[in-house]
Design a protein around this ligand. Structure first.
Ligand code: GLN
Length: 456
C-alpha cells in the first residue's frame, strides 16, 4: 500500500486518481496485516486497489466526475466496494472517468482527462487511456494499484482495458449489485474488475459479485470459485467468429490480431466456427437511443436540492430558474447532449418511433446471441476496439458520433446482458496495445475467463 501511495503521488501527470485516500488506505492496510498475522486472511487481504469515482464510498468524495456532484460525500458504501473491503482489499482512492460514465476517452471528466502511460513509438503526444473507466485503466497499466473497479454500460471496462494492455471483464447483467453505483443506464450498467491478468480478474470478480436484495435486478445465484476454473483446458470448445464484426475499413493489423487469436485458441484444442449475428449493425443506433433515454431519467434527480452543486440565484429567480441554472452549470456538454437526446426519444410524439423501436431491436440482438449459443457455440471472439488508443484531443473536435463509433464491438454485449472480457493481444505497428474480446453465455463467467486464460 505504501509503495502504491508513493507511486500515485509521483504520477500526478496521469491524472488517474482524482481523490486520494492515503489515511483510509493505511488504516485498512494495517487491519489487513493484523488479519494476516491471525491467519484469517480473506481472498484480497491487503491488496491495494483503486475505485472508480462512479461508486459511492462512505465519507469519501464520490462525484461521478461531474460538477453537479461537487462536494458530495455519501453516507453509504456501494455493495460492490463494501464486498471488496470485506474481502480485505485496500482502497487507495477514487479514479478518474468520463462524466457519469458517458464517453470513450475520459475527456468529459470535470477533473480533466486521465492520460495513458503508453506512447506511440517515439512520439510524446499524450494518448487517451480510453473511457469511461480511463482512470482505472491508466492506474492499473502504470502500476499505481494492483487492480481497479470499472463499470461498463457500453464498453467502459473493455475498451479502456484494450487501450492500455490490461484485462477487464463485464460480467452478466445482474451478477454484480448496482446498489450505490451512480446510475447511468440502469438496464445496461454492470461493475467489473480491471486487472493486470486473467487470474487477478477471476479473484476480484468473485469478491465483487453475489446476490443483493437492494438491487431488484441482482441475480440470486451462487458465485463460483472462478479462479479454480482457470485450467487452460479449452479442448472441444466451439468458438464463433461473427462475420458482421468484419467492418469495412478495419485496419489490417486488427484483422491479423483477430486471426492470430483464433489460431491460438485452435492450437489449444478449440474448434473455430464462422457464425452470423445478423442484427449487429443496428446495435450502435439502438444503444445510443436506449442509453440516453435511461440516462435522462436517472439524471433527473440532480436538481440542486438533494445532491452537490446548487447555482447562485438572483433576486426574482424561482424554482424553475434554480433547476435550470444548476443543471446548466453542473452538467458538461456531453451529459447535456445525452439528456436532450434521451428526453426527445422518450417524448410522447417520438416514443414509439425511437425508444420502442430501439427496444425491439435490442430483443433481436439478444436473440442473435441466443441462437448462436443454442447451436452449440461456447464463446465468441471479436476485436475489442476498431483501433488502438487515439491521441487526446484528436476526436473531441469531431462530430460526437465519431466518438460513439468506438463502441461498435462492445455495446452488443450490454444490450444482450452477456459477459464479455477484453484481454491484451499484442501491440500494433506503433507499439500500442490491442485487445481481443471474448463474449460468453449468461452466468458462465468462469468458462469465459478460462477461455481468456488460454489466449493470454
Ligand atoms: N462510450 C460509451 C458511452 O459513452 C460507454 C459508456 C459506458 O460503458 N459507461 O455511452
Amino acid at each position: 500500500t505504501q509503495s502504491c501511495l508513493t507511486a500515485i503521488d509521483a504520477a500526478d501527470a496521469l491524472n488517474a486518481f482524482v481523490h486520494k485516500t492515503p489515511e483510509i488506505a493505511l488504516d485498512r492496510a494495517k487491519a489487513a496485516d493484523a488479519r494476516l498475522v491471525q491467519g484469517d486472511a480473506p481472498a484480497m487481504c491487503g491488496l491495494p486497489i483503486g475505485i472508480k469515482d462512479l461508486f459511492c464510498t462512505k465519507g469519501v468524495a464520490s462525484q461521478a466526475a461531474s460538477g453537479i456532484l461537487e462536494g458530495f460525500k455519501p453516507e453509504y458504501e456501494s455493495t460492490v466496494s463494501q464486498q471488496l473491503q470485506d474481502a480485505g482489499a485496500v482502497m487507495l482512492g477514487k479514479l478518474n472517468m468520463d462524466e457519469f460514465a458517458m464517453g470513450s476517452s475520459n475527456e468529459t471528466s470535470v477533473y480533466g482527462n486521465a492520460v495513458s502511460p503508453w506512447r506511440r513509438g517515439n512520439d510524446d503526444a499524450q494518448l487517451t487511456p480510453g473511457g469511461s473507466s480511463g482512470g482505472s485503466a491508466s492506474a492499473v497499466a502504470a502500476d499505481l494499484c494492483l487492480a481497479a473497479t470499472g463499470t461498463d454500460t457500453g464498453g467502459s471496462i473493455r475498451q479502456p482495458a484494450a487501450f492500455t494492455g490490461i484485462t477487464g471483464i463485464k460480467p452478466t447483467y445482474g451478477r454484480c449489485s448496482r446498489w450505490g453505483i451512480v446510475a447511468f443506464a440502469s438496464s445496461l450498467d454492470q461493475a467489473g474488475p480491471m486487472t493486470k491478468n486473467v487470474r487477478d480478474a477471476a479473484i476480484m470478480l468473485e469478491a465483487m459479485c453475489g446476490y443483493d436484495a437492494k438491487d431488484s435486478t441482482s441475480a440470486d445465484l451462487a458465485v463460483p470459485n472462478f479462479e479454480a476454473m482457470l485450467t487452460g483446458d479449452i479442448k472441444g470448445k466451439k468458438i464463433g467468429i461473427p462475420r458482421e464484426y468484419r467492418m469495412d475499413g478495419m485496419p489490417a493489423e486488427i484483422e491479423k490480431l483477430w486471426a492470430d487469436g483464433a489460431a491460438m485458441l485452435k492450437a489449444a484444442g478449440a474448434e473455430i466456427v464462422d457464425i452470423s449475428l445478423p442484427h449487429t449493425k443496428y446495435a450502435l443506433p439502438a444503444y445510443y437511443v436506449i442509453a440516453p433515454a435511461e440516462a435522462s431519467s436517472n439524471l433527473a434527480r440532480y436538481d440542486g436540492v438533494r445532491y452537490g452543486h446548487r447555482a447562485t440565484l438572483e433576486a426574482g429567480d424561482g424554482i424553475t430558474e434554480m433547476y435550470e441554472k444548476t443543471r446548466a452549470e453542473g452538467f458538461g456538454d456531453e451529459v447535456q447532449r445525452r439528456v436532450m437526446i434521451g428526453t426527445y426519444v422518450l417524448s410522447a410524439g417520438f416514443y414509439d418511433a425511437y425508444y420502442n423501436r430501439a427496444r425491439r431491436v435490442r430483443t433481436l440482438i439478444k436473440k442473435d446471441f441466443e441462437d448462436v449459443f443454442a447451436a452449440g457455440v461456447d464463446a465468441i471472439l471479436t476485436p475489442a476496439t476498431p483501433s488502438a488508443a487515439f491521441g487526446l484531443g484528436e476526436m473531441t473536435d469531431a462530430d460526437p458520433v465519431q466518438m460513439y463509433l468506438n463502441d461498435v464491438f462492445t455495446v452488443t454485449v450490454n444490450l444482450a446482458g452477456l459477459p464479455g472480457v477484453s484481454v491484451p493481444a499484442g501491440l500494433d505497428t506503433q507499439g500500442l496495445p490491442l485487445g481481443l474480446q471474448l463474449i460468453g453465455k449468461p452466468w458462465e463467467e468462469g468458462d469465459l475467463l478460462n477461455t481468456a486464460y488460454a489466449l493470454e
